[in-house]
Write a protein that binds this ligand. Structure first.
Ligand code: FAD
Length: 242
């Protein structure tokens, strides 16, 4: 089936990540394998035929006919309100994809990778980080994840495990912007160039950067990466809007 054809997707798993975000595992019969970083369009249709379509990143690497989407509630948002609050196991949705050919990481590429995510913008970066786990001959990959507070932290259990493991080829740093846990030495603040220099990879030539989040976050993070010495033409960005 073509990637622009709408397909039925059945919710087979629901995980409330936080009070306002949910990961949905979807089963799609004729799913063609996707690449880390790609997204799908989700279409909801009301009883009167009205439709709403929104893009959502795939948070997991290719895994047969299953994909995970992590959706953060947007206040009064048409589609996110339903996906976060109105879905349960067995709910049927329509999706098309996989979509996007630029914001993708090729697992066979051994170049170092710096990931920078803000809020739910971490979702496609998780697909990259998780795919990286499966690569035998892998270059280093680091994730800097800026999040408001522990209450809005996504993938909390998995990220805590990754931080504990202190794997030098796959390091994760959570940077809290408004409120941080008592154990956190860094005071809450927006991400800075110094954070990138302290917790990120060194900006050696050839390092690839992937940045994702709200448009404001992405614009700021790109500037910081360039200030920290990363080459502008090796930075790929995905803007979620607003
Ligand atoms: C490539 C891509 C990937 C994405 N991946 C994800 C992801 O993985 N997870 C995720 O959570 N999001 C993701 N997004 C964002 C997602 O597509 C939606 O934009 C988001 O969920 C909000 O959609 P909504 O229908 O809930 O809100 P909408 O109904 O679109 O509303 C958004 C906001 O605009 C306001 N608004 C809407 N219409 C008007 C109007 N006429 N006048 C004034 N205000 C208005 C609403 O009050 C609300 O605050 C992605 C976006 C892109 C582009």
């Amino acid at each position: 089936m073509g990637r622009l054809t709408w397909q039925r997707a059945r919710v087979v798993g629901v995980l409330d990540e936080t009070a306002t975000a949910r990961t949905l595992t979807l089963e799609i019969d004729a799913w063609s394998a996707h690449r880390p970083g790609q997204h799908v369009d989700v279409r909801l249709t009301a009883a009167d035929g009205y439709t709403a379509v929104r893009p959502y990143s795939i948070a997991t690497p290719a895994n047969g006919s299953r994909i995970d989407l992590t959706v953060e509630l947007t206040e009064k948002g048409e589609v996110s309100t339903y996906l976060v609050g109105g879905t349960k196991t067995g709910t049927e949705l329509e999706v098309r994809g996989p979509l996007g050919g630029w914001f993708v990481w090729d697992g066979a590429d051994p170049a170092p990778v710096q990931l920078v995510g803000g809020g739910v913008g971490v979702a496609p970066l998780m697909a990259m980080l998780r795919a990286h786990d499966w690569v035998a001959e892998r270059g280093p990959m680091r994730l800097l994840y800026s999040v408001r507070s522990p209450k809005t932290l996504l993938y909390a259990t998995e990220l805590a495990g990754r931080i504990r493991s202190q794997d030098p080829t796959s390091a994760v740093t959570v940077l809290y912007s408004r409120a941080s846990p008592d154990t956190e030495p860094r005071p809450p603040a927006r991400i800075t160039t110094s954070d990138i220099e302290t917790y990120g990879l060194p900006p050696v030539p050839g390092t690839r950067c992937y940045v994702c989040g709200s448009t404001g976050f992405v614009e700021a993070a790109i500037e910081l990466l360039i200030e920290a010495g990363f080459a502008a033409d090796n930075i790929r960005a995905e803007r979620f809007g607003l």
